[in-house]
Ligand binder design. Structure first.
Ligand code: NVA
Length: 385
């Protein structure tokens, strides 16, 4: 089109040069850590969400007491009343963020009920409730992560309108190799192991996902400027971590962390970076590399005990979602209004709490951190170690 000067095509299609001119000088996407002042955020949706198939990947992640629920409800909408309450909670979170001056964007509530089939597997979908799982923001780049659950294969479709808009305005957009998700990606027997045996195998290097091809969820990574921490989990393999390491290049250091966790999936209810020099850890999931933070002079704070009632249906995720908080800036944290010990812990640390209830939203597997993905925070790329 560029060489066809004067043609009809030329008059309706901008040249490469013109397109470049239209791209903003600064990207609308820019976030290097978990704590600089939040300016724009994507908040997930549970509208049109569907219970995922009762598959090996689900069994290995969900607590056994919910297996009957998944067996009976797979492929159907999640319980209506519960979902309505979760939607109302998340709307309130959006209102609060907006009042705080933060731009809130939402994915499209696409239909997740439709069955899809590839040469390697078939499945129905799940939801677009947890943007933190799929969108990994590293600086000005949006990485659409190659997640390992078959029910999440097409989840990116809910975010494409947003991502295209960000790309046109100057963001970088990357889609790593999409996994085939054939049976070769999974060690299915791992789902039937006891927690002890599964943990043992995990520490010995055998996991639910194999190393057949790269896979990773964004929520297994937490960002501290030039240093990015990641765990090898049920959904993030070493092949995927290597892919990220090579993709990001010398400017970033990726650190592999290991925890005592029989169902490792998503690092943000296990270890959270609060602000430079402060890491929040789960007292029940020891971190083998915690000395790295100690040696760098960071304070290690064990999170407070959660108050989630035992009979509350947490279909996905654990009570530790109490520590799955969202930093609005160095001094303000969004935390569950029901989690008084966690609120008091933050206040004692000199961090002001912005409170909202997420009990019903928690049931779908995430807290404030999971339900959001920062698009833009103030600040630049720094080294904190
Ligand atoms: N498996 C995690 C989910 C973290 C977002 C949990 O402990 O709840």
């Amino acid at each position: 089109a560029v060489s066809q000067v004067g043609s009809r095509l030329e008059s309706t299609t901008p040249t490469a040069f013109q397109v470049k001119e239209q791209v903003a000088k600064t990207s609308p996407v820019s976030s290097y850590n978990e704590w600089d002042r939040l300016e724009e955020v994507v908040v997930g949706r549970v509208e049109n969400a569907v219970v995922p198939p009762f598959s090996p990947e689900l069994k290995v992640s969900a607590n056994e007491k919910h297996w009957d629920f998944f067996r009976d409800n797979q492929g159907r909408p999640w319980p209506k009343e519960h979902t309505e309450k979760a939607i109302a909670e998340v709307e309130e979170v959006c209102n609060i963020l907006t009042q705080e001056g933060i731009v809130v964007r939402r994915p499209d509530a696409i239909d997740f009920t439709e069955e899809y089939k590839t040469p390697d597997f078939s499945s129905t979908g799940m939801y677009c409730a947890m943007p933190r799982d799929i969108l990994l923001i590293v600086g000005e780049e949006i990485i659409e992560c190659p997640m390992a659950w078959r029910s999440r294969f097409f989840e990116y479709r809910a975010y494409r309108e947003l991502i295209k808009e960000y790309f046109k305005a100057g963001a970088k957009w990357t889609t790593p190799p999409k996994p085939l998700m054939s049976d070769k990606l999974y060690n299915e027997d791992v789902m039937d192991l006891s927690d002890e045996e599964r943990s043992l195998q995990h520490h010995q290097g055998r996991h639910f996902t194999t190393e057949f091809e790269p896979c990773f969820d964004a929520a297994d990574f937490v960002r501290a400027g030039k240093d990015i921490f990641v765990q090898r989990s049920q959904v993030t393999n070493i092949f995927g971590i290597d892919w990220m390491d090579r993709h990001l290049g010398d400017e970033y250091n990726i650190h592999l962390l290991t925890f005592d966790d029989p169902r490792p999936m998503h690092i943000d209810a296990t270890l959270m970076l609060i602000r430079p020099g402060l890491v929040l850890v789960n007292p029940c999931r020891g971190c083998q590399q915690i000395d790295f933070f100690k040696k760098a002079g960071w304070d290690i704070v064990e999170t407070a005990s959660p108050l989630m009632p035992a009979d509350h249906p947490l279909w996905l995720g654990s009570q530790w979602l109490s520590m799955n908080v969202l930093m609005l800036d160095h001094d303000r944290v969004m935390v569950d209004a029901n989690e008084l010990p966690t609120i008091q812990m933050f206040e004692k640390l000199g961090i002001k709490t912005v409170k909202a209830s997420m009990r019903y939203a928690n049931s779908y597997g995430g807290g404030f951190h999971c339900w959001t993905s920062d698009i833009r925070r103030s600040g630049t790329l720094q080294s904190y170690f």
